[in-house]
Design a protein around this ligand. Structure first.
Ligand code: ZN
Length: 363
């Protein structure tokens, strides 16, 4: 049975704008996982958010996956040398290359606290101006992972599970508020940017900030990919948040953070449904429910009508990314990958990935 049949969700097609090719694996295994996921969750389109920070070949894998399936869109992530080669011209050339190869948008990951620390520059540093200028001019959706829940900066408030994973951010990390200012700094320079704030911009604890931000920047959208804390916060102030969702229904997008990851479990439902079920149950159910993943009971789910769900699950993604993905330029992809190879620090698996990608696009 498909996910919506098991849980009695709506049967309409869904667009998931927040998935990843995160894990080193043979390419055909990943293609099979994406296909299974799309079938099981009734996905019409998905956007893969590349994470070259973790795996430098990730941009090329993302383009490869896009080439395998018309339903897949590719958001590419910035690459850095972390030395004097990271110039204005380097970033400008990079964004133009992404566009020429056939990206559908951009994924920014430098706002993740540990990445921001390594990056060592403000997210709105002038060295990036040409990059952002191009993104704004082409109206490419730019998905930013900014921050983490605010309580991760506070030893007294951080949840135990996050503390155990070493996610407490001390003074050596840029603070949540300062990071938020850096994001606003990009928008102040490039106000028409199609910015998608991943994980609801981690502002579900501050509805006034969220509303002001939406009102101030007309092209900004929020994505609903958990952060489980978002749904606890929505539930705690359900009436206010429900009004927010209705008011900004054209600017809220569905996402699940599913990876090409061999999770434990026998079925696709067991392996990949945890975030999907939290989001969909909370948006759709009218009665209180207990979520398996978080083991929390939500007493005030939104229970939205079809017109709101259509926008969040489907229409907003299509409006932002287009009914069809942008065309790929295979020759350019091969040229760029070969040129990048010395910088990519490949291991056995990713070397194999690179060879297959070159062979595929050379055909
Ligand atoms: Zn993600």
């Amino acid at each position: 049975m498909k996910n919506h049949e098991i849980h009695n969700y709506r049967a309409k097609p869904i667009c998931d704008m927040h998935m990843h090719p995160h894990v080193e694996a043979p390419l055909d295994e990943s293609v099979a996982i994406y296909n299974d996921v799309m079938e099981h969750f009734n996905y019409e389109k998905i956007v893969l958010q590349a994470l070259p920070y973790y795996e430098p070949i990730n941009n090329y894998k993302t383009l490869y996956f896009k080439a395998q399936d018309k339903r897949i869109y590719a958001n590419l992530g910035r690459f850095h040398h972390y030395d004097e080669r990271d110039t204005k011209e380097f970033y400008e050339e990079q964004i133009k290359t992404f566009y020429a190869m056939g990206c559908d948008g951009i994924k920014l990951y430098e706002g993740k606290p540990e990445c921001r620390k390594v990056f060592g520059r403000s997210l709105c540093d002038p060295v990036l101006d040409k990059f952002y200028e191009f993104v704004e001019e082409k109206q490419l959706p730019m998905v930013i992972h900014f921050g983490d829940p605010r309580e991760f900066w506070d030893i007294n408030k951080i949840p135990k599970w996050a503390l155990e994973r070493g996610w407490l951010y001390d003074e050596s990390f840029v603070h949540f508020d300062a990071l938020q200012k850096e994001v606003e700094g990009i928008l102040e320079k490039f106000p028409k940017t199609q910015f998608v704030m991943a994980h609801f911009f981690f502002v579900s604890d501050d509805i006034d900030y969220a509303a002001n931000f939406m009102d101030k920047w007309e092209n900004v959208t929020f994505d609903l990919t958990p952060g489980t804390e978002m749904f606890f916060n929505f539930n705690d102030k359900a009436d206010e948040w429900k009004q927010f969702f209705i008011k900004y229904a054209d600017r809220i997008l569905y996402g699940s953070d599913i990876y090409n990851w061999h999770r434990e479990g026998k079925t696709i439902e067991e392996k990949y449904s945890h975030a999907v079920n939290l989001v969909r149950s909370f948006l759709e159910y009218k009665e209180p429910f207990t979520d398996k993943w978080t083991t929390r009971t939500f007493d005030h789910p939104f229970g939205f009508s079809d017109d709101i769900l259509d926008k969040i699950y489907h229409d907003n993604m299509v409006r932002l990314f287009g009914e069809n993905s942008r065309p790929l330029d295979g020759d350019r992809i091969v040229y760029e990958l070969k040129r990048d190879l010395p910088n990519l620090k490949l291991n056995e698996v990713t070397k194999q990935n690179a060879d297959e990608i070159i062979a595929f696009f050379s055909k």
